[in-house]
Write a protein that binds this ligand. Sequence first.
Ligand SMILES: [Ca+2]
Ligand SMILES: [Ca+2]
Length: 559
Amino acid sequence: MAVGLWLAGELPAATLARWDYNSFVPDADTTTGTLTPGIGAGSAALVGGVSASFTAANGSSDTNGTDNSNWRITSWPAQSTQNKSNGVRFNVNTAGYRNLSLRWDLRTSNTASRFIRLQYSTNGADFVDFQVITMPYEVWINGQSANFGGVPGVDNNPRFAVRFVTEFENTATGGGIVGYVACNPASAYGTGGTLRFDLVTFTGEPVLGAFTVMSYNILGNGATNWSLTATNVTAAGRELSYLQPDVVGFQEIPETFYPQMTNFISTWLPGHQFVIGQRTDGGERSGVASRFPIRRAQSWLARSNLASFGYSGVFTRDLFEAEILVAGFPQPFHFFTTHLKAHADQDSAERRGAEARCVSNFFANAFLTTNALHPYLLVGDMNEDVNRPRTYEQRAIQTLTSTPTGLRLTTPRNPVTNDERTWSIQNASLTIRFDYVLPGVVLFSNLTSSQVFRSDKIIPAVPPLLAGDSATAADHLPVLMTFRNPYTTPFSLRTSFPSNQSVVLRWQSTPGARYRVENSVDLYSWATGLAGLTATNWESSAAVTVGTGRQFVRIAREE
Ligand SMILES: [Ca+2]
Ligand SMILES: [Ca+2]
């Protein structure tokens, strides 16, 4: 037996979002379901005046045997009204993907519109006609598809969307009536007709080579004005627009004005999703903006009791997590931001030290117990300088980067001044480093560059960014770090060795990714042997039964 080698030049297509409409917790009731994708991220909504319900999807390609729902749409417009204005839409963030494909199952009733237009949008508001779908009646047409490869504006676009809307015969076909025709030629069009969708699936090729994260304390505590035209707000906006970070952790978002952050992000980082942490000390909140979909966000440790960590009192603010679906990552990326207790006095230092121990304990004894193989990092304003400890410091940074947390200390510097200090750009000179990006080991080993950003050190000037923007925006300087995508590298077969009537294969793997073993006797036609092997570590193995004669085996990554 010989063993072949499969080097993946690029990743296979990945699923960005898939709607199966089935309840997440099967309840054997097809009239209950969900519009949240079962795989990936995205949103589904009605268009126009239609109504929807979940019903049994008898005949779609969904293999769920006991709780297979579909999305049933009815209450269509009156005959000859509202052409291409009613149906459903799906928003899917394509950041980091190209060559997008869409697949769906659809069944239409006798009196529903025979013609349905698939449309797409590159800005989330204006829709362009794509293909016409012509439906028969009372039968599932499964695996219908559209490919958006090469369509301008579709790739790498957080605001991409499609919709399915019912269409008049004359605009769909160039002839016939100025109105809807029924799917069944023996029926008349009726407003009570139904469209039933299932397994609406977007796939694409992940092409993300690198991504950049940022930590920024934006000095919101006590702010009296956070309008989009406030000078500090516009200065921060220009910095974000210039830097184009993929993910940003914000500290010190003003409690009074935090709802305005959504407008702020959509103005300066259009397409980024924004999530906000819970109320903490009453003055400020944490927040995260991401170019990639945020599947879940959660405030941890907020106002939690620090008694077990050596301080009589509570955690001042929180540890805020955004779970992010980065293009092509087989595991979610957990992005954490925090803002430890400020000030140099003894009580504040002891409280900050306890907060660091509390965060450290969270990573070591909670987060990592189930997510050790996921990419993660912590950013934040730690209010302590690892190299310039003040009188009462309790080694907060050393605690956060202690071995059990898996977080690594990094020291970004301004590329012009070579200075790692981040506070205060509003004083005559910087005096201390408060702001950190602490990656877990997977990202740490793929770190390619980092910096402390100063707008006054950009030469030549890059309008509209102003030299004074850093000092106008906040007292802290933003810190950025860029990582190579850890998951796009080719993988190789490490070893193979015979064991009785089988051969054990070992290959480099990515935790969470799926692999299959393929067999061949002639290196020409390949058959799938073992499939759906989900890796649980950085190396995987499988035992393959062998017969007599020459055989070849290769490993392929499925998704
Ligand atoms: Ca289903
Ligand atoms: Ca159900």
